[in-house]
Write a protein that binds this ligand. Structure first.
Ligand SMILES: Cc1cc2nc3c(=O)[nH]c(=O)nc-3n(C[C@H](O)[C@H](O)[C@H](O)COP(=O)(O)OP(=O)(O)OC[C@H]3O[C@@H](n4cnc5c(N)ncnc54)[C@H](O)[C@@H]3O)c2cc1C
Length: 352
């Protein structure tokens, strides 16, 4: 018997889809992905510390709640409670990425989602039932598929950048820019496209923003005209032209500056900043689909109906960052995960 619905991906989109599909008695099967550079079980939020903008999770004694909700067998995966956040002797902090994802996973498990830690490496959508090919569990037949494989931020690839991730290096200003570690600090945004300018503008408009350096390898921005004007005219944004990042500097605990190299004459200079936001694009995790679903020019899956998660193949739905190169937030991914499950449920109901 084919599965009702296979969900590929274990980020906010995948778990939300699973919660809705499981509660609709579709007994979904979810493939989590294994650890590879392009994927990580529990999705991108597993890379981050506190998540301050997921509605419903104000700072508080989060750990007590997480430990009461998440099965004891997975407590080993919970990160340490952040230090220095106590109120009246009790931990008081915003939910950490892994905690939030473990809660979502638990919620999906509670309603009967079956979870397999495996990668989907190919698909065959040419006949019915649909087929997904896994790395370790063979071929799975299914009537519907929800692709929720996310996207990954592109980084510069420096060792020092890796060392200071979560200690002053980020790839998401909207996610991290308001965190205490960046407040009122001079910051650098790396890149020259629309998203780099957007990230720089976002940071420059935060309360108490200091100088935001927009560091670009060329002598003009690639961003659209209107975005360029926004950057060039903003009193807090300073353009640093013809410069690439040679090294992220720090004291071991956090970023203190950048060593920049001129792309014109190779000269080096230091820029004092308290954080670096890399804004050189994202890569959607769609290569395993082998072009069997319509994608846009950047490789993101295309939704084929307005306000629906349908893809170019009937019965295949897409949710989260894999189909969204614009919002790229946990809450929007969770929202479209819900939509994909409802769309799949209606599709299955119409089939029978
Ligand atoms: C450092 C960082 C901090 C962030 N902070 C915030 C924040 O504070 N607030 C916020 O709203 N957003 C934040 N974001 C963005 C947020 O994490 C993403 O928007 C969100 O995780 C996207 O969810 P998703 O479910 O679409 O995909 P993802 O979270 O990317 O999850 C995709 C999943 O698919 C799996 N997968 C991929 N390919 C395969 C395959 N072939 N087979 C099986 N599984 C596969 C991966 O293992 C992964 O589990 C942050 C992102 C980063 C990188």
């Amino acid at each position: 018997m084919p599965e009702n619905v296979v969900i590929i991906g274990s980020g906010p989109a995948g778990w939300s889809a699973a919660i809705y599909a499981a509660r609709a008695n579709l007994t979904p099967l979810l493939f989590e992905g294994t650890v590879k550079p392009e994927m990580i079980p529990l999705g991108q939020l597993a890379y981050t510390t506190e998540v301050e903008n997921f509605a419903g999770f104000p700072a508080g004694n989060i750990r007590a709640f997480v430990e009461s909700a998440v099965d004891k067998s997975r407590h080993w995966n919970l990160p340490p409670v952040p230090k220095g956040h106590e109120r009246d002797g009790v931990p008081h902090y915003a939910v950490q990425g892994v905690e939030l994802m473990e809660l979502m996973k638990q919620q999906a498990l509670n309603f009967g989602t079956r979870v397999i830690g495996d990668d989907v490496i190919d698909v065959d959508f040419s006949s019915r039932p649909l087929q997904v090919v896994t790395a370790a569990n063979g071929i799975v037949s299914t009537q519907a598929v929800i692709v929720a494989t996310g996207a990954r931020a592109n980084y510069l690839g420096l060792e020092s950048e890796e060392k200071y991730k979560n200690k002053g290096v980020s790839a998401c200003a909207v996610c991290d820019g308001a965190l205490p570690m960046y407040r009122a600090q001079p910051l650098a945004v790396i890149g020259g496209g629309d998203s780099a300018v957007e990230e720089a503008s976002y940071l420059a408009n935060l309360q108490n923003a200091a100088t935001i350096y927009l560091v670009h390898r060329r002598d003009k921005l690639r961003a659209s005209q209107i975005m360029q004007e926004r950057a060039l005219n903003h009193p807090k944004i300073e353009l640093v032209w013809n410069s690439g990042v040679e090294e992220v500097l720090g004291d071991g605990n956090r970023v203190t500056g950048l060593r920049l190299k001129s792309t014109v004459d190779g000269s080096l200079r230091e820029l004092k900043v308290g954080g670096m936001f890399v804004a050189i694009g994202h890569t959607p995790n769609t290569s395993f689909l082998g072009g069997k679903l319509d994608m846009n020019e950047k490789g993101y899956l295309r939704w084929t109906l307005p306000f629906r998660t349908n893809t170019s193949v009937p019965g295949v739905f897409a949710a989260g960052d894999v189909a969204d190169d614009y919002y790229r937030q946990a809450i929007t991914s969770a929202g479209t995960g819900c939509m994909a499950a409802l769309d799949a449920e209606r599709y299955l109901a119409e089939m029978h």
